[in-house]
Design a protein around this ligand. Structure first.
Ligand code: ATP
Ligand code: MG
Length: 432
């Protein structure tokens, strides 16, 4: 026998019935995005490597160590499996001049790839749902996106996620803060870990984001970006806060929240839960007014967020959120193979009128399988009814209808005959 082949480490199969939870979530998201008039965008999973290097920043976790990059065997082009999708969306928006007629509100769902150490809530292929609003400078759009995420938690029945908010200001403000921060970190060099030492002059802001417990006390005292913001930046931040306050969305200002990508400015935010251990950030985002230009487009403001689908589904499970698994309306019991042509003709019509039917697929040289085993499968399918395509019933132009759920002694639950001409009417009643 050949060696067994398994999925790549950190990459998961999503199997039924669990996949129904994914479809359920995706449907909720589609509906909600429609209500906010965000439209779906689908970009390739593979992008040119320079898109991420330029877009995300060279000294970021993703670009430094997490990208699946390879060379196109045919033309030698440097390619990367997308580690996130904001850069790809921006590339598409620029490539297709989508901002020509004004701002665009977009959303996406799909797999992302990062070479991380696999653990609960951290995978190498994982899935993100993201919303991006491009071409709008005002803080009302930052707020709209936060409200959209908040509404999603409500729709999904998720409780107790905390919103953390910060402002990264503008590049000039960051520059003065950076000088002060470097001076402070230099003065505290003995408490810096290796990574922090390495980033001291390349990306000191990211040091603030470190989760290393040894550095926490020292980092608490570090100069805060918020104290370096000018009037316009503060006004933008206050604009976001005023809308959130008016809508009753609570938040906590976290002056150390900086986010993993270099492209952010002004508003940044994260939604965090305490229920998932150290992988508690379920959604993160912010404004990225300089990314479009960075990627070669005409300068335009933008803001967005992305959520981790695996973490959100895990949180729903953790909080006991039960999702009704799909079951067929009916199971087609087919005693004799000779009934198959008629049965499938009727099933085709039933399905066309919206009824979901699982067909007994039991044909072998010996026949279709015993009635007992067919009814056992019908029961296991979770179907509400069995449709029995017996020879006698069919010769009378009928099919037997047997309820499978509920009180079996109830006479109303007894088997009835359904005329083949009436199946559409029966289907209609089921849908009602
Ligand atoms: P973290 O700090 O947990 O590494 P991040 O800042 O790298 O997160 P983002 O790039 O902002 O994460 O991605 C947005 C969301 O995608 C995260 O909040 C998280 O829910 C999810 N996510 C990120 N990386 C992974 C991963 N490797 N596996 C599963 N989900 C992930
Ligand atoms: Mg990360």
């Amino acid at each position: 026998m050949l060696d067994k082949l398994n999925a790549v480490k950190g990459m998961n199969d999503i199997l039924p019935p669990d996949s129904a939870r994914w479809e359920w979530l995706e449907e909720k998201v589609r509906t909600l995005m429609g209500r906010y008039a965000y439209r779906n965008i689908r970009t390739p999973i593979v992008e040119p490597t320079p898109l991420f290097v330029r877009g995300l920043g060279e000294v970021t976790d993703i670009v430094e160590k997490e990208m699946y990059s390879f060379e196109d065997k045919l033309n030698g082009e440097a390619l990367t499996l997308r580690p996130e999708n904001t850069a790809g969306v921006v590339r598409a928006v620029v490539e297709h001049s989508m901002l020509y007629e004004g701002g665009k509100r977009l959303y996406y769902m799909g797999p992302m790839f990062r070479h991380e150490r696999p653990q609960r809530g951290r995978y190498r292929q994982f899935h993100q749902i993201g919303a991006e609003a491009l071409g709008f400078p005002g803080s009302e759009v930052d707020a709209e996106l936060i409200l959209l995420a908040d509404a999603l938690w409500q729709d999904l029945g998720i409780r107790g996620v905390r919103l953390e908010l910060n402002s990264l200001g503008q590049p000039e403000e960051r520059k003065s803060h950076r000088t002060a921060l470097i001076a402070y970190l230099e003065a505290n060099r003995e408490s810096l870990d290796e990574e922090a030492k390495r980033r001291l002059y390349t990306n000191p802001l990211r040091i603030l984001d470190s989760k290393n417990p040894v550095m926490q006390v020292m980092l608490e005292q570090a100069p805060k970006l918020m104290d370096f913001l000018g009037e316009a930046s503060l006004k933008h931040f206050n604009g976001v806060k005023a809308i959130l306050d008016a809508s009753g969305v609570s938040y906590r200002i976290n002056p150390r929240l900086v986010r993993g990508m270099d492209y952010y400015n002004l508003t940044v935010f994260e939604f965090i839960t305490e229920s998932l251990g150290s992988q508690g950030t379920i959604c993160g985002g912010g404004r990225y007014d300089y990314l479009i230009e960075q990627i070669g487009g005409k300068a335009a403001p933008a803001v967005g967020w992305a959520l981790g689908v695996e973490r959100v589904l895990e949180l729903i499970k953790e909080q006991g959120g039960e999702i009704a698994l799909p079951v067929p309306d009916a199971y087609a019991v087919i005693p004799e193979a000779s009934a198959l042509p008629t049965a499938l003709r009727v099933l085709q019509a039933l399905r066309a009128s919206g009824v979901s039917v699982q067909m007994h697929a039991g044909a072998t040289a010996e026949g279709m399988g015993s009635m007992k085993s067919q009814f056992k499968k019908a029961d296991a399918s979770g179907a509400h009814f069995a449709l029995v395509f017996g020879a006698d019933e069919l010769s009378a132009g009928c099919v037997a209808l047997k309820p499978l759920r509920g009180d079996k002694t109830d006479t109303a639950q007894a088997q009835t005959l359904l005329r083949l001409d009436d199946v559409a009417a029966w289907a209609g009643k089921l849908q009602a």
